[in-house]
Ligand binder design. Sequence first.
Ligand code: SF4
Ligand code: SF4
Length: 93
Amino acid sequence: MEKWYELPEAGLIIEPGSAAKYKTGSWRSRRPIWDKDRCTSCLTCWIYCPDSSVIVENHKVMGINLDYCKGCGICANVCPPKVSAIKMDEERR
Ligand code: SF4
Ligand code: SF4
């Protein structure tokens, strides 16, 4: 643990690529519920997710990484209405 006088002035983050260190999903108020049986792996949600939280392996959606998902709901909005594989729900902690 760094001491206060070792921290950069003004709390600046001075190293690049540090976003992965911060689990930004902790302040989510809504959570996406993904239905694997309805999902066609069209990958539209993966393209649009601003937090790169849609997990894709071998061109297939495998789930949502809730450590980083902020609950914006974009994935649910762009999922094709014919399948509607993602629904937003209230976050319950
Ligand atoms: S709710 Fe937003 S951040 Fe979370 S997976 Fe969907 S698009 Fe990404
Ligand atoms: S947009 Fe919907 S159907 Fe397409 S990959 Fe995402 S969850 Fe699956």
